[in-house]
Structures are given as structure tokens and as C-alpha cells.
Design a protein around this ligand. Structure first.
Ligand code: K2U
Ligand code: ZN
Length: 173
């Protein structure tokens, strides 16, 4: 298991579409383990493979927020949204690739998702509340979409400039 560096916006890899996965290999299972360890360490409640520079359609999430509750990690290969509720939900989103920046994003309140699990089995489930927001946020990452793409151009540009400054400072060490 290893904690992997998380790419910071702007980065071309965060804007690319990730490749579908053909079969669940031992290497992909190890990658999912590394992503979960990286996510918990951040801490975060979701992570998509492109965020650690791997352009494959793999996400992990665990939106259990109650203190002391058992973690409920979910690993999804090739996740796709197959149903969306009419009802919408607005959430102040953040992103591990855009640290310390937040913005209101409106999304369907509930979604039905199909995916392949760690055993290579086809799964389908409905998600609501924070799980719905998170799984949509992670699937956006697989399509090169960031939460700031839902904000005004002005706000997006301001956040991008802040991240460019942060990366210059990090490069100086
Ligand atoms: O994909 C990521 O960057 C991890 C995101 C996932 C997420 C964003 C917005 C709303 C829900 C999930 C977060 O940075 S994880 C940090 C976090 C923790 C609790 C609540 C919201 C965000
Ligand atoms: Zn994110």
C-alpha cells in the first residue's frame, strides 16, 4: 500500500478523459488499495484515478461521516450514471486537486450507478445525499470535468490563478 501524490489543478491530465478498463487485474486491485489509502490520508471522501495521474476509469469513495462508524469503502471500475432524479441538490463542493477552494454546485439529488466491482462483478445501486454528490464529482473526474467548471468564469479564473500561485510556491520548496 502506498500514498500517492495528488495532482493539483491546473494539470492537463485532470482535463483528459480516462480509458475504460478491460479486466480487473491484480495491478488494478493494488491501485485501488493505494487510492483508498491516499484518500483516507488526505482526508477525503472520494478519489478518482486521474487525480493521481492514472488515466483509467477507476474511482473510490467512502462518504461515511459519522464519527466512529465503520468505513464503507466502495471501489468502482467503469462507473456510469444510468438514472438521475428530477430533484436537485446543492452542495458546497471542494476537491483534493483544488485545495482550500469551495463552490456551490447543483446536481441531481439521487443517481443510479452501474459499475464493475473488485471481484469483476457487475453492480448497480442508487445513491442519495452526500454519496450522490460524491459519486457524480468522481465520475466527472473520469471525464476531465472539475467542480470549478460549474462556477462562473470569473470565479473559475480566480481559483485557477490561486492554484498557479500555490504551485509556483510549492516548486520553490
Ligand atoms: O474528488 C475529490 O477531490 C475528493 C472530493 C470528493 C467530494 C467533493 C465534493 C463533495 C463531496 C465529495 C473531496 O475533496 S473529499 C473532501 C470532502 C470531505 C467532506 C465533504 C466534502 C468534501
Ligand atoms: Zn475532486
Amino acid at each position: 500500500m502506498s500514498i500517492r501524490p495528488i495532482l493539483i489543478h491546473p494539470d492537463p491530465r485532470l482535463k483528459k478523459t480516462a480509458e475504460a478498463i478491460e479486466t480487473v487485474t491484480p495491478e488494478l486491485k493494488k491501485l485501488a488499495e493505494d487510492m483508498l489509502e491516499t484518500m483516507y490520508d488526505a482526508p477525503g471522501i472520494g478519489l478518482a484515478a486521474p487525480q493521481i495521474g492514472v488515466m483509467q476509469r477507476l474511482i473510490v469513495l467512502d462518504c461515511v461521516k459519522e464519527e466512529g462508524a465503520d468505513p464503507e469503502p466502495i471501489t468502482m471500475f467503469n462507473p456510469e450514471i444510468v438514472w438521475e432524479s428530477e430533484a436537485l441538490n446543492t452542495y458546497e463542493e471542494g476537491c483534493l486537486s483544488i485545495p482550500e477552494q469551495y463552490g456551490e454546485v447543483e446536481r441531481p439529488a439521487e443517481v443510479g450507478v452501474k459499475w464493475i466491482d473488485l471481484e469483476g462483478a457487475a453492480r448497480e445501486a442508487k445513491f442519495d445525499a452526500l454519496w450522490a454528490t460524491c459519486v457524480q464529482h468522481e465520475i466527472d473526474h473520469l471525464n476531465g470535468k472539475l467542480f470549478i467548471d460549474y462556477l462562473s468564469p470569473m470565479r473559475r479564473q480566480m481559483i485557477t490563478r490561486k492554484m498557479q500561485k500555490l504551485k509556483r510556491e510549492m516548486a520553490r520548496g
